[in-house]
Design a protein around this ligand. Structure first.
Ligand code: ZN
Length: 267
C-alpha cells in the first residue's frame, strides 16, 4: 500500500477513522474467542487451551493472547464493556490489569467490578496501573524495571566501580554513571560551558556555541511536540532561503519533528 499520493488532510482524516475500525474488529475477535472458548473448539484443533490456540494458530504474541483472553472473559461477565472497548475508553491492556486486580483483591461481585471499572475508564495504561495501585489493599511492590546485560557489561561495571574505589551496588553505579553521562552529553550538545566564548562566526550555517546555548536555554525541548528525542538545531527560515544561524531563526526540534518539517518544506 503506497500512500504517498494522499494529501496531508486526507491522510490525517483516514488515520483518525482507522483506530475506530480497529477497535470494532478487536471486539469481533473477542466475541469469536469467547464462542470458541465456550465450544472449546481449540481442542479439536489439537491445542491445549484457548491461549495455546491464540498463540500457535492465530499467531498472537503471548502478551496479546493473554490480553484478548482476559478481555473476552470479562466481556462475558460484563456485556456493557463492548461499547467501552469500541469507543476506546477501555483498552485491552487495562482490562487485563483489571482482571488481575479482581483476582488479587478477590473481587467477585458484578456491582463491585462495575465500580472499579468506572474508576479507570478513560485512563492511559500508566494511569490505570497507578490508580489500581492506589486502590489495592495489598502492600505495593516496589516498581522495578529489570534490564538484562551480558556478563561483559557486569565485568566492566565491576571494574569501573573498583577503579573508582567505590563499594556501592551495581545498580547505584549504573544510576550515577547515567546521570553524569547525561549531563556531559547535554553540555557538549547544547554548549553549556561555564565561561562562554563569543563566537565570530555568527553568519555561518551552523549555529555558534553561543547561539546553541541561548536556544537550548530558551527552548529546552522540541518546540513542536515538547519531546527530547535526538534534539536538533533547526533553521526556522531555511538556510537555502537566506535564513541565518541566529538565535531568532534557530529552534530546537526533535528528530521526528525535524524530519516532518523537511518533508513539509519539500511539498
Ligand atoms: Zn518533536
Amino acid at each position: 500500500m503506497n500512500l504517498q499520493h494522499l494529501t496531508d488532510k486526507s491522510l490525517l482524516q483516514d488515520t483518525k477513522i482507522l483506530p475506530t475500525s480497529e477497535r470494532e474488529f478487536t471486539v469481533k475477535v473477542l466475541h469469536h474467542l469467547r464462542e470458541i472458548d465456550r465450544r472449546k473448539l481449540f481442542s479439536d484443533q489439537g491445542y491445549r487451551s484457548l491461549y495455546d490456540y491464540c498463540v500457535r494458530e492465530l499467531k498472537y504474541t503471548e502478551a496479546a493472547a493473554h490480553r484478548r483472553i482476559a478481555a473476552s472473559r470479562l466481556l462475558t461477565e460484563l456485556p456493557f464493556l463492548e461499547k467501552k472497548i469500541e469507543n476506546g475508553s477501555l483498552n485491552l491492556t487495562n482490562l487485563a490489569s483489571l482482571t488481575q486486580f479482581f483476582r488479587q483483591e478477590n473481587i467477585v461481585g458484578i456491582k463491585e467490578k462495575e465500580i472499579t471499572l468506572k474508576r479507570v475508564e478513560g485512563l492511559s495504561t500508566r494511569e490505570c496501573e497507578l490508580r489500581l495501585l492506589e486502590m489495592s489493599t495489598k502492600p505495593p511492590e516496589i516498581r522495578k524495571e529489570a534490564i538484562w546485560v551480558t556478563e561483559d557489561v557486569i565485568l566492566q561495571l565491576k571494574e569501573y566501580r573498583d577503579l573508582k574505589g567505590s563499594t556501592e551496588s551495581l545498580a547505584d553505579v549504573v544510576a550515577e554513571t547515567v546521570t553524569s553521562a547525561l549531563s556531559e552529553l547535554q553540555k557538549s550538545k547544547f554548549k553549556l560551558v561555564d565561561r562562554p566564548r563569543i563566537s565570530r562566526f555568527s553568519n555561518s550555517r551552523t549555529p555558534s556555541a553561543g547561539v546553541k546555548r541561548e536556544v537550548y536555554q530558551r527552548d529546552q525541548n522540541c518546540v513542536k511536540c515538547g519531546g527530547k528525542f535526538s534534539l536538533q538545531y533547526d533553521h526556522k527560515l531555511p538556510y537555502s532561503l537566506g535564513g541565518k544561524a541566529t538565535a531568532d531563526n534557530i529552534r530546537l526540534l526533535c528528530f521526528n519533528c525535524n524530519q516532518r518539517e523537511r518533508i513539509r518544506q519539500r511539498l
